[in-house]
Design a protein around this ligand. Structure first.
Ligand code: GCB
Length: 613
Protein backbone atom coordinates (compact mmCIF):
# COMPACT_ATOMS: atom_id res chain seq x y z
CA UNK A 1 0.00 0.00 0.00
CA UNK A 2 1.26 3.45 -0.82
CA UNK A 3 0.68 4.74 2.66
CA UNK A 4 2.28 8.12 2.41
CA UNK A 5 2.33 10.69 5.14
CA UNK A 6 3.70 12.95 2.53
CA UNK A 7 0.56 12.73 0.46
CA UNK A 8 -1.48 14.24 3.21
CA UNK A 9 0.67 17.31 2.93
CA UNK A 10 -0.52 18.05 -0.53
CA UNK A 11 -4.11 17.31 0.27
CA UNK A 12 -4.12 19.65 3.22
CA UNK A 13 -2.28 22.33 1.38
CA UNK A 14 -5.03 22.39 -1.17
CA UNK A 15 -8.06 22.09 1.07
CA UNK A 16 -7.10 24.19 4.05
CA UNK A 17 -6.58 27.48 2.38
CA UNK A 18 -9.26 29.99 3.12
CA UNK A 19 -7.38 33.13 2.23
CA UNK A 20 -4.85 32.27 -0.47
CA UNK A 21 -6.16 31.32 -3.87
CA UNK A 22 -3.63 29.23 -5.66
CA UNK A 23 -1.24 26.42 -4.85
CA UNK A 24 2.23 27.61 -4.12
CA UNK A 25 4.95 27.06 -6.69
CA UNK A 26 8.04 26.04 -4.74
CA UNK A 27 11.77 26.44 -5.39
CA UNK A 28 11.33 29.66 -7.33
CA UNK A 29 15.04 30.51 -7.16
CA UNK A 30 15.72 27.64 -9.55
CA UNK A 31 12.98 28.43 -12.05
CA UNK A 32 12.86 30.60 -15.13
CA UNK A 33 11.79 33.97 -13.94
CA UNK A 34 11.79 37.65 -14.70
CA UNK A 35 12.28 39.95 -11.77
CA UNK A 36 9.79 42.73 -11.16
CA UNK A 37 12.03 44.26 -8.52
CA UNK A 38 13.05 47.86 -8.91
CA UNK A 39 11.14 51.12 -8.93
CA UNK A 40 7.37 50.93 -8.60
CA UNK A 41 4.98 53.87 -8.57
CA UNK A 42 3.02 54.20 -5.37
CA UNK A 43 0.08 56.10 -3.89
CA UNK A 44 -0.54 56.42 -0.15
CA UNK A 45 -4.24 55.95 0.47
CA UNK A 46 -5.17 56.20 4.16
CA UNK A 47 -8.93 56.57 3.40
CA UNK A 48 -8.86 53.76 0.81
CA UNK A 49 -10.25 56.15 -1.74
CA UNK A 50 -8.94 54.03 -4.56
CA UNK A 51 -10.73 50.98 -3.21
CA UNK A 52 -14.18 52.22 -2.14
CA UNK A 53 -16.60 54.66 -3.70
CA UNK A 54 -18.18 57.35 -1.53
CA UNK A 55 -20.85 54.87 -0.37
CA UNK A 56 -18.03 52.65 0.85
CA UNK A 57 -18.71 50.02 -1.78
CA UNK A 58 -15.57 48.31 -3.07
CA UNK A 59 -14.82 49.09 -6.71
CA UNK A 60 -13.55 45.58 -7.27
CA UNK A 61 -17.05 44.18 -6.68
CA UNK A 62 -18.49 46.28 -9.54
CA UNK A 63 -19.13 44.58 -12.85
CA UNK A 64 -17.58 47.44 -14.80
CA UNK A 65 -15.23 49.05 -12.37
CA UNK A 66 -15.21 52.80 -12.21
CA UNK A 67 -12.24 54.69 -13.62
CA UNK A 68 -11.70 56.03 -10.13
CA UNK A 69 -10.62 52.55 -8.97
CA UNK A 70 -6.86 52.67 -8.60
CA UNK A 71 -6.42 49.15 -9.88
CA UNK A 72 -7.71 50.37 -13.29
CA UNK A 73 -4.58 52.52 -13.57
CA UNK A 74 -6.80 54.87 -15.56
CA UNK A 75 -5.50 57.58 -17.87
CA UNK A 76 -7.31 60.71 -18.98
CA UNK A 77 -8.69 60.52 -22.51
CA UNK A 78 -9.21 64.27 -22.72
CA UNK A 79 -9.07 67.44 -20.65
CA UNK A 80 -12.76 67.37 -19.77
CA UNK A 81 -12.62 64.17 -17.81
CA UNK A 82 -12.21 64.11 -14.07
CA UNK A 83 -9.68 61.74 -12.58
CA UNK A 84 -8.09 62.33 -9.22
CA UNK A 85 -5.09 60.02 -9.30
CA UNK A 86 -2.22 59.36 -11.63
CA UNK A 87 0.26 56.59 -10.96
CA UNK A 88 2.69 57.76 -13.59
CA UNK A 89 3.01 61.18 -11.98
CA UNK A 90 3.31 59.71 -8.50
CA UNK A 91 6.51 59.09 -6.58
CA UNK A 92 8.49 55.82 -6.87
CA UNK A 93 9.54 53.34 -4.22
CA UNK A 94 11.90 50.36 -4.33
CA UNK A 95 10.62 46.81 -4.32
CA UNK A 96 11.57 44.79 -2.40
CA UNK A 97 11.58 47.01 0.64
CA UNK A 98 9.38 48.24 3.44
CA UNK A 99 7.93 51.73 2.98
CA UNK A 100 8.76 52.82 6.55
CA UNK A 101 12.51 53.08 6.09
CA UNK A 102 12.35 54.30 2.49
CA UNK A 103 10.08 57.30 2.97
CA UNK A 104 10.42 59.53 5.98
CA UNK A 105 6.71 60.44 6.00
CA UNK A 106 5.75 56.76 6.06
CA UNK A 107 7.90 55.81 9.02
CA UNK A 108 4.94 55.25 11.36
CA UNK A 109 2.34 54.73 8.65
CA UNK A 110 -0.09 51.86 9.05
CA UNK A 111 -2.65 51.66 6.29
CA UNK A 112 -3.03 51.19 2.57
CA UNK A 113 -0.43 51.91 -0.08
CA UNK A 114 -1.03 51.12 -3.76
CA UNK A 115 1.86 49.93 -5.90
CA UNK A 116 1.98 49.94 -9.69
CA UNK A 117 4.48 48.38 -12.08
CA UNK A 118 4.18 48.50 -15.87
CA UNK A 119 6.10 46.05 -18.03
CA UNK A 120 6.34 44.35 -21.39
CA UNK A 121 6.70 40.62 -21.61
CA UNK A 122 7.82 38.24 -24.30
CA UNK A 123 6.55 34.73 -23.61
CA UNK A 124 9.17 32.13 -24.54
CA UNK A 125 6.74 29.60 -25.97
CA UNK A 126 3.10 30.08 -26.92
CA UNK A 127 1.79 27.22 -24.79
CA UNK A 128 3.72 28.32 -21.68
CA UNK A 129 2.10 29.69 -18.56
CA UNK A 130 3.01 32.74 -16.51
CA UNK A 131 2.57 33.38 -12.80
CA UNK A 132 3.22 36.42 -10.66
CA UNK A 133 4.97 35.45 -7.45
CA UNK A 134 5.30 37.51 -4.28
CA UNK A 135 7.88 36.35 -1.75
CA UNK A 136 6.03 38.36 0.92
CA UNK A 137 3.92 41.44 1.37
CA UNK A 138 2.84 42.80 4.74
CA UNK A 139 -0.03 42.34 5.69
CA UNK A 140 -3.17 42.13 3.54
CA UNK A 141 -2.61 42.24 -0.18
CA UNK A 142 -5.05 42.60 -3.08
CA UNK A 143 -3.54 41.92 -6.47
CA UNK A 144 -4.84 43.27 -9.80
CA UNK A 145 -3.39 42.69 -13.24
CA UNK A 146 -4.35 44.68 -16.34
CA UNK A 147 -7.46 45.89 -14.50
CA UNK A 148 -8.62 42.44 -13.27
CA UNK A 149 -8.53 41.21 -9.71
CA UNK A 150 -6.34 38.13 -9.31
CA UNK A 151 -6.99 37.57 -5.62
CA UNK A 152 -5.83 38.47 -2.18
CA UNK A 153 -3.46 37.21 0.48
CA UNK A 154 -3.35 37.60 4.23
CA UNK A 155 -0.15 37.34 6.26
CA UNK A 156 3.08 39.27 6.01
CA UNK A 157 5.82 36.68 5.78
CA UNK A 158 4.96 33.90 3.38
CA UNK A 159 4.90 33.64 -0.41
CA UNK A 160 1.92 33.45 -2.77
CA UNK A 161 1.33 33.42 -6.50
CA UNK A 162 -1.35 33.95 -9.11
CA UNK A 163 -1.55 32.74 -12.67
CA UNK A 164 -1.72 35.52 -15.30
CA UNK A 165 -1.39 33.46 -18.49
CA UNK A 166 -4.68 34.55 -20.00
CA UNK A 167 -4.21 38.24 -19.21
CA UNK A 168 -0.58 38.90 -20.08
CA UNK A 169 0.26 40.84 -23.24
CA UNK A 170 3.48 41.66 -25.03
CA UNK A 171 3.23 45.36 -24.26
CA UNK A 172 2.01 47.62 -21.51
CA UNK A 173 0.96 45.23 -18.79
CA UNK A 174 0.28 46.79 -15.43
CA UNK A 175 0.30 45.12 -12.08
CA UNK A 176 -1.42 47.04 -9.29
CA UNK A 177 -1.10 45.86 -5.71
CA UNK A 178 -2.91 47.21 -2.69
CA UNK A 179 -0.98 46.54 0.49
CA UNK A 180 -2.54 47.28 3.86
CA UNK A 181 -0.49 46.83 7.03
CA UNK A 182 -3.12 47.96 9.55
CA UNK A 183 -2.84 45.83 12.67
CA UNK A 184 -5.97 43.96 13.66
CA UNK A 185 -7.07 42.35 16.87
CA UNK A 186 -8.09 39.19 15.05
CA UNK A 187 -4.95 39.19 12.87
CA UNK A 188 -1.88 36.93 13.01
CA UNK A 189 0.05 38.54 14.60
CA UNK A 190 -2.44 40.56 16.58
CA UNK A 191 -2.41 44.25 17.64
CA UNK A 192 0.59 44.18 19.92
CA UNK A 193 4.01 42.84 19.17
CA UNK A 194 7.52 43.85 20.10
CA UNK A 195 8.73 44.52 16.58
CA UNK A 196 8.18 47.09 13.86
CA UNK A 197 5.17 46.63 11.63
CA UNK A 198 7.05 47.20 8.38
CA UNK A 199 4.57 47.57 5.52
CA UNK A 200 4.81 46.98 1.82
CA UNK A 201 6.16 44.61 -0.79
CA UNK A 202 8.95 43.59 1.53
CA UNK A 203 10.42 40.75 -0.54
CA UNK A 204 11.05 40.01 -4.23
CA UNK A 205 8.29 40.05 -6.83
CA UNK A 206 8.80 38.04 -10.01
CA UNK A 207 7.15 36.46 -12.99
CA UNK A 208 7.62 32.74 -13.34
CA UNK A 209 7.20 31.12 -16.70
CA UNK A 210 6.41 27.41 -16.81
CA UNK A 211 5.53 24.83 -19.40
CA UNK A 212 1.84 24.06 -19.90
CA UNK A 213 2.08 21.09 -17.52
CA UNK A 214 4.82 21.64 -14.99
CA UNK A 215 6.36 20.38 -11.77
CA UNK A 216 4.65 22.48 -9.13
CA UNK A 217 5.75 20.93 -5.90
CA UNK A 218 7.74 18.10 -4.34
CA UNK A 219 8.74 16.91 -0.90
CA UNK A 220 11.94 14.88 -0.85
CA UNK A 221 13.47 13.89 2.46
CA UNK A 222 15.07 11.03 4.30
CA UNK A 223 12.36 8.64 5.46
CA UNK A 224 11.97 9.43 9.18
CA UNK A 225 11.53 5.71 9.82
CA UNK A 226 14.42 4.46 7.71
CA UNK A 227 17.62 6.41 7.20
CA UNK A 228 18.57 4.29 4.24
CA UNK A 229 15.62 5.43 2.19
CA UNK A 230 14.77 8.66 0.41
CA UNK A 231 11.08 9.21 0.42
CA UNK A 232 8.88 11.74 -1.24
CA UNK A 233 6.38 12.85 -3.75
CA UNK A 234 6.11 15.12 -6.73
CA UNK A 235 3.06 17.02 -7.95
CA UNK A 236 2.39 18.17 -11.47
CA UNK A 237 0.20 21.12 -12.36
CA UNK A 238 -1.76 21.37 -15.60
CA UNK A 239 -4.61 19.87 -17.58
CA UNK A 240 -2.65 16.92 -18.86
CA UNK A 241 -0.90 15.44 -15.87
CA UNK A 242 -2.24 11.89 -15.55
CA UNK A 243 -0.08 8.95 -16.60
CA UNK A 244 2.96 11.14 -17.23
CA UNK A 245 6.52 9.91 -16.88
CA UNK A 246 8.35 11.68 -14.08
CA UNK A 247 12.05 11.13 -13.57
CA UNK A 248 14.07 11.78 -10.45
CA UNK A 249 17.85 11.87 -10.56
CA UNK A 250 20.37 12.20 -7.75
CA UNK A 251 23.60 11.61 -9.69
CA UNK A 252 25.93 11.50 -6.66
CA UNK A 253 23.91 8.58 -5.30
CA UNK A 254 23.58 6.92 -8.69
CA UNK A 255 19.80 7.39 -8.50
CA UNK A 256 17.87 7.63 -11.74
CA UNK A 257 14.27 6.46 -11.45
CA UNK A 258 11.19 6.93 -13.56
CA UNK A 259 7.62 6.86 -12.26
CA UNK A 260 4.17 7.41 -13.72
CA UNK A 261 1.87 10.07 -12.30
CA UNK A 262 -1.50 9.07 -10.89
CA UNK A 263 -4.92 10.64 -11.56
CA UNK A 264 -4.06 13.66 -9.46
CA UNK A 265 -0.78 14.24 -11.31
CA UNK A 266 1.13 12.90 -8.36
CA UNK A 267 4.06 10.58 -7.94
CA UNK A 268 5.12 8.98 -4.67
CA UNK A 269 8.36 7.13 -4.19
CA UNK A 270 10.76 5.49 -1.80
CA UNK A 271 14.29 4.97 -3.03
CA UNK A 272 16.63 2.83 -0.95
CA UNK A 273 20.26 3.89 -0.75
CA UNK A 274 23.00 2.84 1.63
CA UNK A 275 25.52 5.38 0.40
CA UNK A 276 23.92 8.55 1.70
CA UNK A 277 26.26 11.17 3.13
CA UNK A 278 24.08 12.71 5.81
CA UNK A 279 23.73 16.46 6.03
CA UNK A 280 25.18 17.68 9.33
CA UNK A 281 26.52 20.77 11.05
CA UNK A 282 30.11 19.68 10.31
CA UNK A 283 29.40 18.52 6.78
CA UNK A 284 26.33 20.23 5.34
CA UNK A 285 26.32 18.11 2.23
CA UNK A 286 23.66 18.99 -0.33
CA UNK A 287 22.83 16.65 -3.18
CA UNK A 288 21.91 17.89 -6.59
CA UNK A 289 18.39 16.59 -7.20
CA UNK A 290 16.84 16.85 -10.62
CA UNK A 291 13.19 16.19 -11.38
CA UNK A 292 11.85 16.09 -14.89
CA UNK A 293 8.69 15.40 -16.82
CA UNK A 294 8.27 15.36 -20.57
CA UNK A 295 7.78 19.15 -20.49
CA UNK A 296 9.62 20.44 -17.45
CA UNK A 297 12.81 20.03 -15.49
CA UNK A 298 13.72 21.49 -12.14
CA UNK A 299 16.77 21.19 -9.93
CA UNK A 300 17.24 21.60 -6.23
CA UNK A 301 20.02 21.15 -3.68
CA UNK A 302 18.77 18.91 -0.90
CA UNK A 303 20.41 17.58 2.24
CA UNK A 304 19.32 14.31 3.86
CA UNK A 305 19.35 14.01 7.63
CA UNK A 306 17.24 12.72 10.45
CA UNK A 307 16.14 14.69 13.48
CA UNK A 308 14.49 12.99 16.44
CA UNK A 309 14.14 13.17 20.16
CA UNK A 310 14.80 10.39 22.61
CA UNK A 311 13.90 11.11 26.22
CA UNK A 312 15.61 14.41 26.88
CA UNK A 313 18.00 14.25 23.94
CA UNK A 314 17.85 15.73 20.46
CA UNK A 315 19.42 13.39 17.92
CA UNK A 316 20.72 14.60 14.59
CA UNK A 317 21.46 11.56 12.43
CA UNK A 318 21.17 9.46 15.56
CA UNK A 319 23.78 11.48 17.49
CA UNK A 320 23.18 13.85 20.37
CA UNK A 321 23.34 17.48 19.38
CA UNK A 322 23.47 20.48 21.68
CA UNK A 323 21.84 23.54 20.13
CA UNK A 324 24.16 26.50 20.50
CA UNK A 325 21.83 29.15 19.27
CA UNK A 326 20.82 32.75 19.00
CA UNK A 327 17.47 34.36 18.18
CA UNK A 328 17.30 36.60 15.10
CA UNK A 329 14.79 39.13 13.80
CA UNK A 330 14.59 39.73 10.08
CA UNK A 331 16.11 43.20 10.02
CA UNK A 332 18.72 44.21 7.51
CA UNK A 333 22.11 44.59 9.17
CA UNK A 334 23.15 46.55 6.10
CA UNK A 335 20.37 49.10 5.47
CA UNK A 336 18.15 48.82 8.54
CA UNK A 337 14.45 48.04 8.02
CA UNK A 338 13.06 44.67 7.00
CA UNK A 339 15.76 42.36 5.64
CA UNK A 340 15.20 40.48 2.39
CA UNK A 341 18.43 39.94 0.49
CA UNK A 342 21.10 37.29 0.24
CA UNK A 343 23.57 39.81 1.65
CA UNK A 344 21.34 40.45 4.68
CA UNK A 345 21.09 36.71 5.30
CA UNK A 346 24.83 36.25 4.90
CA UNK A 347 25.72 38.94 7.42
CA UNK A 348 23.25 37.66 10.03
CA UNK A 349 24.26 34.03 9.70
CA UNK A 350 27.96 34.86 9.61
CA UNK A 351 27.59 36.73 12.89
CA UNK A 352 25.82 33.70 14.33
CA UNK A 353 28.67 31.51 13.12
CA UNK A 354 31.26 33.84 14.61
CA UNK A 355 29.40 33.59 17.91
CA UNK A 356 29.90 29.84 17.70
CA UNK A 357 26.31 28.92 16.91
CA UNK A 358 25.17 25.74 15.21
CA UNK A 359 21.54 26.82 15.53
CA UNK A 360 19.38 29.90 14.99
CA UNK A 361 15.86 30.70 16.09
CA UNK A 362 14.27 32.74 13.30
CA UNK A 363 11.83 34.81 15.35
CA UNK A 364 8.87 35.54 15.31
CA UNK A 365 7.61 34.83 11.78
CA UNK A 366 8.95 33.14 8.66
CA UNK A 367 12.10 34.85 7.37
CA UNK A 368 12.97 35.14 3.70
CA UNK A 369 14.03 32.03 1.81
CA UNK A 370 17.66 33.18 1.46
CA UNK A 371 18.08 32.55 5.18
CA UNK A 372 17.05 28.92 4.83
CA UNK A 373 19.01 28.32 1.64
CA UNK A 374 22.12 29.74 3.28
CA UNK A 375 21.54 27.87 6.55
CA UNK A 376 21.40 24.69 4.44
CA UNK A 377 24.79 25.54 2.93
CA UNK A 378 26.39 26.61 6.21
CA UNK A 379 25.21 23.70 8.33
CA UNK A 380 23.14 25.92 10.61
CA UNK A 381 20.15 24.26 12.29
CA UNK A 382 16.98 26.33 12.21
CA UNK A 383 13.85 26.91 14.28
CA UNK A 384 11.09 28.46 12.12
CA UNK A 385 8.15 30.19 13.74
CA UNK A 386 4.55 31.00 12.97
CA UNK A 387 3.59 34.58 13.97
CA UNK A 388 1.14 33.40 16.64
CA UNK A 389 2.41 35.84 19.24
CA UNK A 390 1.09 36.82 22.68
CA UNK A 391 -2.67 37.41 22.68
CA UNK A 392 -4.15 36.09 19.45
CA UNK A 393 -7.99 35.84 19.24
CA UNK A 394 -8.06 32.20 20.26
CA UNK A 395 -11.82 31.87 19.98
CA UNK A 396 -12.04 33.23 16.45
CA UNK A 397 -12.14 30.54 13.73
CA UNK A 398 -11.02 33.00 11.04
CA UNK A 399 -7.93 33.72 13.13
CA UNK A 400 -7.27 30.02 13.36
CA UNK A 401 -7.64 29.55 9.61
CA UNK A 402 -5.31 32.45 9.03
CA UNK A 403 -2.66 31.00 11.39
CA UNK A 404 -3.09 27.61 9.79
CA UNK A 405 -2.70 29.08 6.33
CA UNK A 406 0.48 30.97 7.19
CA UNK A 407 1.93 27.85 8.80
CA UNK A 408 0.99 25.73 5.80
CA UNK A 409 2.67 28.21 3.47
CA UNK A 410 5.97 28.27 5.32
CA UNK A 411 6.06 24.50 5.68
CA UNK A 412 5.28 24.24 2.01
CA UNK A 413 8.09 26.63 1.08
CA UNK A 414 10.78 25.13 3.32
CA UNK A 415 9.93 21.45 3.62
CA UNK A 416 12.95 20.44 1.54
CA UNK A 417 15.48 22.38 3.63
CA UNK A 418 17.62 20.11 5.79
CA UNK A 419 18.53 22.99 8.09
CA UNK A 420 14.97 23.35 9.36
CA UNK A 421 14.57 21.01 12.33
CA UNK A 422 11.85 22.66 14.41
CA UNK A 423 8.49 24.18 13.54
CA UNK A 424 7.41 26.54 16.28
CA UNK A 425 3.71 27.02 16.70
CA UNK A 426 3.71 30.20 18.80
CA UNK A 427 5.50 32.54 21.19
CA UNK A 428 4.60 33.36 24.82
CA UNK A 429 0.91 32.65 24.58
CA UNK A 430 -1.29 32.68 27.70
CA UNK A 431 -2.70 29.30 28.76
CA UNK A 432 -6.46 28.87 28.33
CA UNK A 433 -8.69 26.14 26.92
CA UNK A 434 -9.23 28.04 23.69
CA UNK A 435 -5.49 28.66 23.26
CA UNK A 436 -4.60 25.05 24.07
CA UNK A 437 -7.00 23.78 21.49
CA UNK A 438 -5.88 26.37 18.88
CA UNK A 439 -2.23 25.36 19.28
CA UNK A 440 -2.98 21.64 19.44
CA UNK A 441 -4.88 21.87 16.17
CA UNK A 442 -1.88 23.65 14.62
CA UNK A 443 0.48 20.97 15.95
CA UNK A 444 -1.71 18.17 14.60
CA UNK A 445 -1.80 19.85 11.22
CA UNK A 446 1.98 20.25 11.25
CA UNK A 447 2.52 16.57 12.08
CA UNK A 448 0.33 15.64 9.14
CA UNK A 449 2.03 18.05 6.78
CA UNK A 450 5.55 17.19 7.81
CA UNK A 451 6.37 14.09 9.84
CA UNK A 452 10.11 14.65 9.39
CA UNK A 453 10.61 17.50 11.86
CA UNK A 454 10.09 18.42 15.51
CA UNK A 455 7.39 20.62 16.97
CA UNK A 456 7.84 23.23 19.63
CA UNK A 457 6.59 26.60 20.87
CA UNK A 458 8.20 29.25 23.05
CA UNK A 459 6.28 28.76 26.31
CA UNK A 460 6.55 30.49 29.66
CA UNK A 461 7.88 29.26 32.99
CA UNK A 462 6.30 29.68 36.39
CA UNK A 463 6.88 29.07 40.06
CA UNK A 464 6.84 25.48 41.25
CA UNK A 465 4.24 25.02 43.98
CA UNK A 466 4.26 28.76 44.69
CA UNK A 467 7.97 28.74 45.46
CA UNK A 468 9.56 31.65 43.54
CA UNK A 469 12.99 30.07 43.75
CA UNK A 470 11.97 26.90 41.98
CA UNK A 471 10.79 27.15 38.41
CA UNK A 472 8.79 24.76 36.31
CA UNK A 473 6.77 24.49 33.10
CA UNK A 474 3.11 24.27 33.93
CA UNK A 475 1.41 24.34 30.55
CA UNK A 476 -0.76 21.65 28.98
CA UNK A 477 0.79 22.36 25.58
CA UNK A 478 4.06 20.99 26.99
CA UNK A 479 2.47 17.55 26.53
CA UNK A 480 1.99 18.17 22.82
CA UNK A 481 5.42 19.46 21.77
CA UNK A 482 8.46 17.31 20.94
CA UNK A 483 10.87 19.87 22.32
CA UNK A 484 10.01 21.81 25.45
CA UNK A 485 11.04 25.44 25.02
CA UNK A 486 10.43 28.47 27.14
CA UNK A 487 11.45 32.10 27.45
CA UNK A 488 12.71 33.43 30.75
CA UNK A 489 13.97 36.85 31.84
CA UNK A 490 15.28 36.24 35.35
CA UNK A 491 17.63 39.16 36.02
CA UNK A 492 15.86 41.61 33.71
CA UNK A 493 12.05 41.66 34.01
CA UNK A 494 12.19 39.25 36.91
CA UNK A 495 14.50 40.72 39.57
CA UNK A 496 18.15 41.61 39.24
CA UNK A 497 20.97 39.46 37.99
CA UNK A 498 21.89 38.10 41.43
CA UNK A 499 18.55 36.31 41.47
CA UNK A 500 19.89 33.80 38.92
CA UNK A 501 22.04 32.07 41.52
CA UNK A 502 19.03 31.38 43.77
CA UNK A 503 16.94 29.66 41.15
CA UNK A 504 16.63 25.94 40.70
CA UNK A 505 14.52 24.05 38.16
CA UNK A 506 12.01 21.30 38.45
CA UNK A 507 11.01 20.35 34.96
CA UNK A 508 8.87 17.28 35.14
CA UNK A 509 8.47 16.42 31.44
CA UNK A 510 10.93 13.91 30.07
CA UNK A 511 11.66 15.90 26.93
CA UNK A 512 14.59 17.91 25.59
CA UNK A 513 14.54 21.44 26.97
CA UNK A 514 15.53 24.58 25.10
CA UNK A 515 15.52 28.07 26.49
CA UNK A 516 14.11 29.97 23.57
CA UNK A 517 14.93 33.40 25.06
CA UNK A 518 16.84 35.13 27.81
CA UNK A 519 18.55 38.50 27.74
CA UNK A 520 18.99 42.02 28.99
CA UNK A 521 19.03 45.43 27.36
CA UNK A 522 22.33 47.25 26.87
CA UNK A 523 23.22 50.35 24.94
CA UNK A 524 26.38 49.65 23.01
CA UNK A 525 29.15 51.92 24.26
CA UNK A 526 27.46 52.64 27.59
CA UNK A 527 29.76 51.44 30.36
CA UNK A 528 29.47 51.42 34.11
CA UNK A 529 28.65 49.35 37.08
CA UNK A 530 27.46 45.83 36.36
CA UNK A 531 24.41 46.57 38.51
CA UNK A 532 23.43 49.61 36.41
CA UNK A 533 20.70 48.92 33.86
CA UNK A 534 21.50 49.46 30.18
CA UNK A 535 25.27 49.19 30.58
CA UNK A 536 27.17 46.63 28.58
CA UNK A 537 28.46 45.33 31.92
CA UNK A 538 24.92 44.59 33.16
CA UNK A 539 24.18 42.56 30.05
CA UNK A 540 27.56 40.84 30.27
CA UNK A 541 26.95 39.87 33.89
CA UNK A 542 23.46 38.62 33.07
CA UNK A 543 24.94 36.29 30.47
CA UNK A 544 27.61 35.03 32.90
CA UNK A 545 25.03 34.28 35.59
CA UNK A 546 22.32 32.94 33.29
CA UNK A 547 24.71 30.49 31.66
CA UNK A 548 25.52 29.07 35.10
CA UNK A 549 21.83 28.91 35.91
CA UNK A 550 20.75 27.15 32.75
CA UNK A 551 23.53 24.61 33.09
CA UNK A 552 21.69 23.40 36.19
CA UNK A 553 18.67 22.29 34.15
CA UNK A 554 18.97 18.56 33.80
CA UNK A 555 17.28 18.21 30.41
CA UNK A 556 18.80 21.32 28.81
CA UNK A 557 19.77 20.75 25.16
CA UNK A 558 20.51 24.28 24.09
CA UNK A 559 19.23 27.82 23.94
CA UNK A 560 18.77 30.85 21.73
CA UNK A 561 19.29 34.06 23.74
CA UNK A 562 17.44 37.21 22.84
CA UNK A 563 18.79 38.51 20.45
CA UNK A 564 21.58 38.76 17.86
CA UNK A 565 21.09 42.39 16.83
CA UNK A 566 19.22 45.38 18.31
CA UNK A 567 15.97 45.79 16.38
CA UNK A 568 13.31 48.43 15.92
CA UNK A 569 10.27 48.33 18.14
CA UNK A 570 7.71 51.08 18.81
CA UNK A 571 7.44 49.83 22.41
CA UNK A 572 11.03 50.86 23.12
CA UNK A 573 10.99 54.61 23.46
CA UNK A 574 13.36 55.48 26.30
CA UNK A 575 15.29 58.53 25.05
CA UNK A 576 19.06 58.25 24.68
CA UNK A 577 18.97 54.53 25.45
CA UNK A 578 16.38 52.80 23.31
CA UNK A 579 15.36 55.52 20.85
CA UNK A 580 12.99 53.10 19.16
CA UNK A 581 15.17 49.99 19.44
CA UNK A 582 14.93 46.90 21.57
CA UNK A 583 18.46 46.89 23.04
CA UNK A 584 18.79 43.22 23.92
CA UNK A 585 21.03 42.64 20.91
CA UNK A 586 24.53 41.26 21.33
CA UNK A 587 25.36 43.56 18.43
CA UNK A 588 24.12 47.11 17.93
CA UNK A 589 22.09 48.02 14.86
CA UNK A 590 25.22 49.58 13.38
CA UNK A 591 27.16 46.36 13.72
CA UNK A 592 29.18 46.87 16.92
CA UNK A 593 29.56 43.92 19.27
CA UNK A 594 28.72 44.35 22.93
CA UNK A 595 30.65 42.68 25.76
CA UNK A 596 28.06 39.92 26.25
CA UNK A 597 28.74 38.71 22.69
CA UNK A 598 32.14 37.50 23.85
CA UNK A 599 30.78 35.83 26.99
CA UNK A 600 28.48 33.70 24.88
CA UNK A 601 31.16 33.11 22.27
CA UNK A 602 33.50 31.83 24.95
CA UNK A 603 30.80 29.58 26.42
CA UNK A 604 30.00 28.10 23.02
CA UNK A 605 33.69 27.51 22.31
CA UNK A 606 34.05 25.53 25.53
CA UNK A 607 30.83 23.68 24.89
CA UNK A 608 32.25 22.40 21.61
CA UNK A 609 35.36 21.06 23.25
CA UNK A 610 33.36 19.59 26.14
CA UNK A 611 31.07 17.71 23.79
CA UNK A 612 34.04 16.33 21.83
CA UNK A 613 35.33 14.38 24.84
C1 GCB B 1 9.91 38.29 24.80
C2 GCB B 1 9.36 38.23 23.44
C3 GCB B 1 10.19 39.02 22.46
C4 GCB B 1 10.53 40.37 23.07
C5 GCB B 1 11.36 40.12 24.29
C6 GCB B 1 11.74 41.40 25.04
O1 GCB B 1 9.68 37.47 25.63
O2 GCB B 1 9.21 36.91 22.98
O3 GCB B 1 9.49 39.18 21.26
O4 GCB B 1 11.18 41.20 22.17
O5 GCB B 1 10.67 39.32 25.19
O6 GCB B 1 12.72 42.02 24.68
O7 GCB B 1 11.03 41.75 25.96
Amino acid sequence: MKNHFFLSFLFLAITSISVAQENLIINVYNRESQSLNGHWKYIVDPYENGYYNYRLEPFDKQENPDKAAFFMNSKLDNNYELLEYNFDKSDSISVPGDWNTQKENLFYYEGTVWYKKSFDYQIRKKSNRVFVYFEASNYQTEVYFNGKKLGMHVGGFTPFNFEITSFIKEKENFLVVKVDNKRKKEGVPTLNTDWWNYGGLTRDVKLIETSENFIEDYFIQLDPKNNKSIKGNIVLNGKNITGKKVEIKIPELGINKTYTSDDGGMVSFEIPSNKITYWSVENPFLYKVSISSDEDVIEDQIGFRSIKTENSNILLNGKKVYLKGISIHEESPIRGGRGHSKEDAKQLLEWAKELGCNYVRLAHYPHNEHMLRLADKMGMLVWEENPVYWTISWENEETFLNAKNQLTEVINRDKNRASVIIWSMANETPVSDARNSFLTRLANLTRQLDPTRLISAALEQSNYQNNPNIRTIDDPFAEVVDVLSFNQYIGWYDGLVDKCSNISWKITQNKPVLISEFGAGAKQGLHGDKEARWTEEYQENLYVETLKMVDKIEQIQGFSPWVLVDFRSPRRILPEIQDGFNRKGLISEDGKKKKAFFVLQDYYKKKTSASKK
